[in-house]
Design a protein around this ligand. Structure first.
Ligand SMILES: CC(=O)SCCNC(=O)CCNC(=O)[C@H](O)C(C)(C)COP(=O)(O)OP(=O)(O)OC[C@H]1O[C@@H](n2cnc3c(N)ncnc32)[C@H](O)[C@@H]1OP(=O)(O)O
Length: 210
C-alpha cells in the first residue's frame, strides 16, 4: 500500500523531487504545500495551500512530507518545523543512484538520478546530492548542504551544514569546506574553505561579490 505524502515547496527542485519519489514507488503524492495562487499546479498535481494547511493534513492522516526547497537555510528551518509537528520525513533516493551499502543517509536527504555515494559516505539530514554528483568514500556531507549536479568530491571530503557546492565543481581528497560556504560553478577546490566563504575558479579563490 502506498503512503500518502506531500511535498513542501513548489519550485524547480520540488518537481525533480516528485519524479524521484515516483521513480522510488511506495508513496502517493497528494500535492505541494507552498504559498501560491488558487488553482496552481506543478507537474499536474495541485498546490494544496500554504503552511496553514499542514496541521489539518496531519490530522487527516497524511504523515509523510518531503521538504523540497532549493534554499539550504530555508529547507533546514522548514524541515525542523515539520519534524516538531510530527511529520515523518523520509529520504528520497532515485533508483538509478549508486549507493554503497555502507553509506549512511539521514532524514529527508534527496539523492537524484545517477548520483554515486561511496563507501562509508555520511549524508546528514536534508542534504541534497544532485543529478550525477559523485560523493566518494568517507565523505561527510553536513545537514542541508547541497552538492549540485555533476560535482566530484574525492575521498574524505567534509562539507559543512548548508554549504552549496556549485554545479560541476571538483574537490580534492581530504578537503574541509565550512558551514554556509559557497563553491562557484566549475571550481577546483584544492585548499580548505572557511565557513561562509564564497570561492570560485580553478584553483578556487575567494570571489569579490558584485
Ligand atoms: C539543478 C540546479 O540548478 S542546482 C543549482 C546549483 N547552483 C549553482 O551551481 C550556483 C553556483 N553559483 C555560482 O557559481 C555563482 O556564480 C557564485 C555564487 C559563485 C557567485 O555569484 P555572485 O555573487 O552573483 O557573483 P557574480 O556573478 O556577480 O560574479 C562576481 C565575480 O565572480 C566571478 N565568478 C562568479 N562565479 C564564478 C565561478 N563559478 N568561478 C569563477 N569565478 C566566478 C565573476 O566572473 C565575477 O568576477 P568579476 O567581478 O571579475 O567580473
Amino acid at each position: 500500500m502506498s503512503m500518502r505524502a506531500i511535498i513542501v515547496g513548489a519550485g524547480g527542485h520540488s518537481k525533480v523531487v516528485l519524479e524521484v519519489i515516483r521513480a522510488m514507488g511506495g508513496h502517493e503524492v497528494l500535492g505541494f504545500v507552498a504559498p501560491a495562487a488558487p488553482g496552481a499546479s506543478v507537474l499536474g498535481l495541485p498546490v494544496l495551500g500554504g503552511d496553514e494547511i499542514l496541521p489539518r493534513l496531519l490530522a487527516e492522516g497524511v504523515q509523510t512530507a518531503f521538504v523540497a526547497m532549493g534554499n539550504n537555510q530555508l529547507r533546514q528551518e522548514v524541515a525542523g518545523k515539520l519534524r516538531k509537528m510530527g511529520y515523518s520525513l523520509p529520504a528520497a533516493i532515485h533508483p538509478s543512484a549508486l549507493v554503497s551499502p555502507s553509506a549512511c543517509i539521514g532524514q529527508g536527504v534527496v539523492v537524484m538520478a545517477r548520483a554515486a555515494l561511496g563507501t562509508e559516505a555520511l549524508l546528514q539530514d536534508f542534504a541534497i546530492i544532485n543529478t550525477g554528483a559523485v560523493i566518494d568514500h568517507d565523505n561527510h556531507i553536513g545537514a542541508a548542504a547541497h552538492v549540485a549536479p555533476g560535482c566530484a568530491l574525492a575521498g574524505n571530503v567534509t562539507v559543512g551544514e548548508r554549504a552549496l557546492i556549485g554545479v560541476g565543481a571538483a574537490v580534492r581528497p581530504g578537503i574541509r569546506i565550512g558551514a554556509d560556504a559557497v563553491i562557484g560553478a566549475g571550481s577546483a577546490v584544492v585548499r580548505d574553505v572557511a565557513a561562509g566563504a564564497i570561492v570560485g575558479g580553478a584553483p578556487a579563490r575567494p570571489l569579490r561579490r558584485s
